[in-house]
Design a protein around this ligand. Sequence first.
Ligand code: ZZB
Length: 271
Amino acid sequence: QEYVLIKLRVLPVEDEKRHSKMAALLEKGKVVYLVPATLRPETMYGQTNCFVLPTGEYGAYYIDATDEVFIMSARSARGLSCQMFKNNDGYTKEFGKIECLETFSGEELLGLPLKAPLAKYDKVYTLPLLTISMSKGTGVVTSVPSDAPDDYVSLKALQDKADFRAKYDITDEMVLPYEVVPIISIEGYGDASAVFMCEKLKIKSFNDKAKLQQAKDETYLKGFTLGIMTVGPHSGKKVSEAKPIIKEEMIEAGQACLYFEPESRVMSRTN
Ligand code: ZZB
């Protein structure tokens, strides 16, 4: 499975006390990124926030190839240290070895301000998502509520429920200004297919697992086969054409990099 890691830059912390560990890491002078894994780089125009699992364990790993720091799960950092960055250079100096500068619980990452590449919003925040699997991708997920039903349901729950926000110390400013950004038009599904599907299937919460899966499968398939980009320099192109171009452009610009993961069946055989 080939994923694209998107580099969401950690901005200066706004709450020194809450984010003291991150403030100390930033003070060392390295650029720090949260690096969600995605299969849909063409949707990055629609990012409204980033998600982590509050109970998840994350680390800040030093990437020699770019002299930067990536926040991700230990498992994915190990994977990255065994992969090539460009030409014959690895991500890390020594194959299979990676330096962990700091560890964070997901909860300690909540509420961080980030700069997400290609996003309409200048600043987005790290929010909780309880359905993240730590054994897939990097354990960090970027949120595109227009085209990802899970993201839409979670962001909406945070916007609608003050008690949900309070539980994780998420302030109004971190969620209320963030409206869904339409980026892909699909005939019969409008210009925000995840919103359309959630409304059509009357999905109320994460408990509607089967319906959410159906919404995800359908938006995925239709987005790829019928979707037309409606934003950015590739507006008017089909999603299937724009996807590889946007992926390459982001990698070229240093906004993204590739990450490979064995299929889960293979993983369970070797673990
Ligand atoms: C942006 C995006 C935009 C995504 C979209 C999807 C959609 P898959 O097929 O199951 O591998 N994701 C990545 N890592 C995790 C994780 N550890 N736990 C839970 N979700 C994760 O799914 C890959 C997609 O699931 C990734 O692509 C990521 O969300 C999320 F418009 O990134 B995606 C209809 C889906 N649309």
